[in-house]
Design a protein around this ligand. Structure first.
Ligand SMILES: [Zn+2]
Length: 264
């Protein structure tokens, strides 16, 4: 299978088309750098697969979408996300995937940061791929396919999420000033909220503002800054990305980020 390469602009329509035609691979590997949108896309794709309406976009009103929005859909299994993925987790996943879907037409598993699978875990996953369970979709995410065993990569449809270069243009002086206001000590809550609202008009702008916040927080980790605060900020930024991926409004997501991080 040839790798599919997508720019930011193409990714939504590509994934939507996959669902609409019902012609999606049952094992996919989403690659791309931090902030390229691979994890958000994996959640969104999973949501669209599980949605009863199957029109490529989660309808948000069917039972499946409601369960997904409350993080309690029995047919979505999420593993990984920053920690070593142990063999017991893959074995549990294997058992679950061979059962019939409970509620939706498919079961979907997302294995985030799949390169953090141990060798044993990767071998256990291979066993699953050799006898793919019916009506199931497995999506791995990782920054680069080179980080995963070739035996796993060769069985997957690789979808590479590129960036379109807009982000560099976006990080101008004003954005960096606003980023510092959100992350820094100065500024009232009102000022922070109204600053954040400038970037809440659509998902793309909100995502780029999160990229800027992430970049500055990472730099803070390397510098003299308070590393605990920066780590918490980075965790909350990742959470915000997930919320945006579930189509929550940019305004809500950025306000929530400010409140939960309680930058002081
Ligand atoms: Zn739905």
């Amino acid at each position: 299978m040839d790798d599919i390469k997508l720019t930011n602009k193409e990714q939504d329509s590509y994934l939507k088309k996959q669902i609409q035609t019902g012609n999606f691979a049952s094992f996919m590997l989403f690659t791309g750098q931090e902030g390229a949108g691979k994890a958000d896309s994996a959640y969104k794709f999973a949501n669209a697969v599980l949605c009863a309406n199957q029109d490529g976009e989660p309808c948000q009103i069917c039972d499946n979408c409601k369960l997904l929005n409350s993080n309690s859909h029995p047919d979505l299994i999420c593993l990984g996300g920053g920690e070593t993925i142990k063999i017991a987790e893959i074995r549990d996943l294997q058992k679950t995937l061979y059962l019939k879907p409970y509620k939706a037409s498919h079961k979907v598993a997302i294995i985030k940061d799949a390169h953090l699978m141990t060798e044993e875990s990767a071998n256990a996953l291979l066993k699953v791929l050799e006898e793919p369970p019916k009506s199931s979709v497995i999506i791995l995410t990782s920054p680069d396919k080179a980080l995963l065993p070739e035996t796993v990569v060769s069985r997957s449809q690789v979808v590479n999420f590129g960036t379109n270069g807009d982000s560099e243009v976006f990080f101008d002086a004003e954005v960096l000033k606003d980023t510092s206001l959100i992350l820094g000590v100065g500024g009232s809550l009102y000022e922070r909220f109204s600053t954040a609202h400038k970037y809440a008009k659509d998902k793309k702008t909100a995502t780029m503002f999160l990229d800027s916040l992430e970049m500055v927080s990472r730099q803070g980790l390397l510098g003299e800054g308070n590393s605990k605060q920066n780590i918490r900020a980075l965790e909350n930024i990742q959470e915000s990305r997930r919320y945006l991926g579930r189509n929550l409004s940019g305004k809500f997501v950025l306000e929530n980020l400010i409140l939960t991080t309680n930058y002081k």
